[in-house]
Structures are given as structure tokens and as C-alpha cells.
Design a protein around this ligand. Structure first.
Ligand code: PEP
Ligand code: MG
Length: 491
């Protein structure tokens, strides 16, 4: 295309005739050609319109000396300052040593915040107009504890933060001894502390931090990663190719093998809402109200081929460790029955193919909507276990977008309505004698973990780095003290 003599001549002639500059002329000509292809009534030629725009878009960048921003070029030690981060861009957090994040959008339970926490990256969000205050090469301190960002600090502030960094390192040192201890209260009540992971590689990190297993593997990041990989390899197709059964099988097998006989809870795809994945099977969704729309199990049911492929990969991996399968955003008993039916079908076909599987993988559900919590007594007989997703439970109970900083002050996990839902779900799980855990962010925060423990929760799943911190916290209370604290919050 770049050497097409007819095209080049047309551009030259137009410049001579109209006396407009190259940038203007090129833009008009590219548009003209692309339009002609789009109207050709031939699908193959219509697709080429995009190629023309892509190739000459790059020519235009050269002509204008414009270097498009590429997140891959960010050097180690940088602070990322942006309005928001696309989910596909958040993969950089696992690849590079990012020093901090300062973002306008997102809240404490947003997915970028959860990922940043997994990688121990300080992040402050909800910073109005931050990109106009901070410029390239400014020196920036991101204080994730106080939730503040300091631009070009003076010497006194810089030394104050040096002292805090040293103190933090000393605290980390102190926590080390908890890594290999079982989590218990001062008087010996035991807890299982599991890790939440988003990529298979984090399994090793979970073990290092002393996790008793994986309480939540968010598989949607696998799908987002695949999209990123495809971008890295230079493909510009608008849809990511689907994440094959083989890629998924390898990822699940890796986590199960690393964790040995410790339980590994893998959640089926929780895409949609704020976590968009694009695949051949799943077109780019445009929904008016995506958080109420085709998300999680609803998406899996709408595109059952994607769900079946994932279940096949999970069952094939099931012989490599102690697998549990978890279904997100359940609101109805019928959804569980359908999911269990599909799982049964997948087991049958694997059996007929002679592929070894574990026939008895427990299948549990997430309790993360008011519907699920209130009807948890009806869900219990169909569920091998419950896991409370308090991030969404808070969002959907109070009706607060967990990603929107404008309403962040109303996002309150300690809202009485949320605590009552948790309490009711615990009661119903106990009545039905099924295990219950919490895998939302509440499990990994000191102030909420102690309340959950006092309410009777013995399984907490959190970002790996919080595990020693929560072990230390629980060790400072007796179980009676924790129960007293909880009952005061539940008045
Ligand atoms: C939750 O909603 O609490 C949860 C653990 O799921 P996610 O944060 O991935 O939506
Ligand atoms: Mg959730």
C-alpha cells in the first residue's frame, strides 16, 4: 500500500491542484479510499478499509512527528498518572516495577485497585484532574496509606518518606514470622487464610506469603491477558481470539500443581460489567447498564460454548490437585441447576473421550447480590460451598457503583444492610452444613476481617500480601473479644 504509485500520484496531484498541505490531503484521500472499499458490497474488501486507515494512520504519525503513547515503554520505577487504566493496560502492573498509581477514576474496590494491591503497588484514586497537575518527569510520592499524592516534594518531605519506607520494611520483617504459622486467635481458634489471584504466576507468591490455598482465582484476567498478548504480537483484529481450552488447562494445572493438596477455588469467567473481554464468540458488548447486564454467569449462559470450554479445561486439570469450582453472580436457584447440568454434560463427554477427571469437584456459588444472600437458604442445598463476594454485595445492596469516585463515600461495607446479609448467609450455610468463606476485599482489611471472624467466618481469602498482616491481627484478639466487636456492629 505504501508504494502504490496510483495512490501516491493522486495525493501529489491533489496537493498541486488544491494547494493544501500533505497532512490534510492524505487524510481526505485515505477517507475517500476507505469509504469506497466499505461500500464495495464485498466483505473481504470492506475489511481492507481498516488496513488502509491503519497503515496511513501510521504514516500520518510520522509526518506529524507524533509518537503514540505505548504503555509498554514505561520504565521501571515510574508512577503512572492517568484518568483511568484500561483493563488490558493493567497487565503492565505484573510485568514492570511500577512505583505507584495516581488515577482520577476508580475506587478502593475497583479492579485496578485490587490488582495494584496484589503487586504491592501504592495507588491513590479519585484524584480530580490529576493529569493536569502532574507532568512528565515530575518527582511524585504516592502515599497509599493516607491516600495522597505529593508532587515534587521538598527535602524535608522526601526524608520523612524515606523514614516511613524504612519503618515499613521493618514491619514487613516482623510479619515474616507469621508467614509459616497457622492463623489463630490469641486463644487458639483457627482460621484458613487463602489467596486471591488473577494470574497463574501468582500461585507461587501465595505460597511465599503462607496461604492455606487459593480462595479465588479470577479467571477473567487470563482472558484479558490473552487479548494483551495478541496486541503485543501486533495483531489489530478487533476481537481477541478465544482463550483456548489448552491455554486454560495449562493455567489451571499450573496453579493446582503449585498448591499441592491445598484447596484451589477457581471461579468461572466473571466478564462483563467493568471487566470487558473480547473474543470471537463474545462480541463487543454495548449495554446501557453493564453492571446490571450480561455479566459473569449470565454471560456464560448466553455464550454456553465459552462456559463449556472453561469447564472442560477445569475438569481436565482437576486430577492435578484439590480443585473447587465457583460460579459468580448467582441470583437464582435455576442458574445453579443449569450450571450443574452443563457441568454434568462436560464430565460425561470427557469420560466418553477417555480423559481422566475428578468426578467429585465441589461446585459452589458466590453470594454477591442481595437476591443470593436473602435466598441463601434456597441456594444452599444446590451448592457445595458459599463464598461471600462482599465487593459486589456492597455495590448491589446499596446500589453504589464500586468504581465511581463521586459516590465513593457511600460505598460502605459496614452498612448495616450489608452486615445483615452476611450474617444471614453465614446462618444459612451453617444450617445446611456447607463451608462458607469471604473472598471480597473485606477479608483482607484488618478492621473488617476481625468483624467477619467475630461473625463466625473461619475462611478468609485475600490478596496474598495481606495474609501475614491478617494473621498478626487475628493473633491479637481472643475469639470472645472478636464476637463482642461484631455484635456491636450488628446492633
Ligand atoms: C466480590 O465481588 O467481592 C468479588 C470477590 O469478586 P470481584 O471483586 O472479582 O467482582
Ligand atoms: Mg464480584
Amino acid at each position: 500500500m505504501l508504494t502504490d504509485q496510483i495512490f501516491i500520484k493522486e495525493v501529489k496531484d491533489s496537493i498541486e491542484k488544491n494547494l493544501k498541505n500533505l497532512e490534510f490531503t492524505l487524510q481526505i484521500k485515505v477517507k475517500e479510499y476507505a469509504e469506497r472499499l466499505r461500500k464495495s458490497n464485498n466483505d473481504f474488501l470492506a475489511e481492507r478499509a481498516k488496513d488502509i486507515e491503519d497503515v496511513f494512520g501510521r504514516v500520518m504519525n510520522v509526518v506529524l512527528n507524533y509518537k503514540p503513547f505505548n504503555i509498554e515503554d514505561i520504565p521501571d520505577g515510574s508512577v503512572i498518572v492517568a484518568r483511568n487504566m484500561k483493563t488490558s493496560d493493567t497487565m503492565i502492573l505484573s510485568k514492570r516495577k511500577i512505583a505507584g498509581l495516581a488515577l482520577t477514576e476508580g475506587g478502593i474496590s475497583s479492579h485496578v485497585a485490587i490488582l495494584a494491591k496484589s503487586y504491592g503497588i501504592p495507588a491513590v484514586m479519585g484524584l480530580d484532574n490529576i493529569t493536569s497537575h502532574i507532568h512528565q518527569d515530575d518527582e511524585v510520592i504516592v502515599d497509599g496509606v493516607l491516600g495522597q499524592v505529593i508532587i515534587n516534594p521538598d527535602n524535608a518531605t522526601r526524608s520523612e518518606y524515606q523514614i516511613r519506607i524504612t519503618a515499613e520494611a521493618r514491619y514487613d520483617e516482623k510479619l515474616k514470622k507469621f508467614k509459616n504459622l497457622k492463623a489463630t486467635t490469641e486463644d487458639g481458634t483457627e482460621f484458613n487464610l487463602y489467596a486471591n489471584i488473577g494470574t497463574p504466576e501468582e500461585a507461587e507468591l501465595a505460597l511465599e506469603e503462607g496461604a492455606d490455598g487459593i480462595g479465588l482465582f479470577r479467571t477473567e484476567f487470563l482472558f484479558m491477558n490473552a487479548l494483551q498478548k495478541q496486541k503485543d504480537e501486533g495483531s489489530n483484529t478487533p476481537f481477541g481470539s478465544s482463550v483456548s481450552e489448552e491455554i486454560q488447562f495449562e493455567a489451571y494445572k499450573h496453579v493446582l500443581e503449585v498448591m499441592g493438596n491445598r484447596p484451589v477455588t477457581i471461579r468461572t469467567l466473571d466478564a462483563g460489567g467493568d471487566k470487558l473481554v473480547r473474543m470471537d464468540e463474545i462480541p463487543n458488548l454495548t449495554e446501557k447498564n453493564p453492571l446490571m447486564g450480561l455479566r459473569a454467569i449470565r454471560l456464560s449462559m448466553f455464550y454456553p460454548k465459552v462456559f463449556r470450554t472453561q469447564l472442560r479445561a477445569l475438569y481436565r486439570a482437576s486430577v492435578y490437585g484439590n480443585l473447587r469450582i465457583m460460579i459468580p453472580l448467582i441470583t437464582d436457584v435455576s442458574q445453579v441447576e443449569t450450571a450443574l447440568g452443563i457441568a454434568r454434560g462436560v464430565r460425561e463427554s470427557l469420560r466418553s473421550e477417555g480423559i481422566p477427571i475428578n468426578e467429585n469437584v465441589p461446585i459452589g456459588v458466590m453470594i454477591e447480590t442481595a437476591a443470593a444472600a436473602i435466598c441463601s437458604d434456597c441456594l444452599a442445598p444446590h451448592s457445595a460451598f458459599f463464598s461471600l463476594g462482599t465487593n459486589d454485595l456492597t455495590q448491589y445492596t446499596i446500589g453504589i457503583d464500586r468504581e465511581n469516585p463521586a459516590v465513593a463515600p457511600l460505598y460502605n461495607e459496614f452498612h448495616l444492610a450489608v452486615l445483615r446479609m452476611i450474617e444471614l448467609t453465614i446462618r444459612n450455610a451453617k444450617k445446611a452444613d456447607i463451608p462458607i468463606s469471604v473472598c471480597g476485599e473485606m477479608a483482607g482489611r484488618k478492621e473488617s476481617a476481625i468483624i467477619l471472624a467475630g461473625m463466625g467466618i473461619r475462611n478468609l481469602s485475600m490478596t496474598a500480601k495481606q495474609i501475614p498482616i491478617i494473621k498478626e491481627t487475628l493473633s491479637q484478639f481472643t475469639i470472645q473479644e472478636l464476637e463482642n466487636i461484631s455484635s456491636r456492629s450488628l446492633y
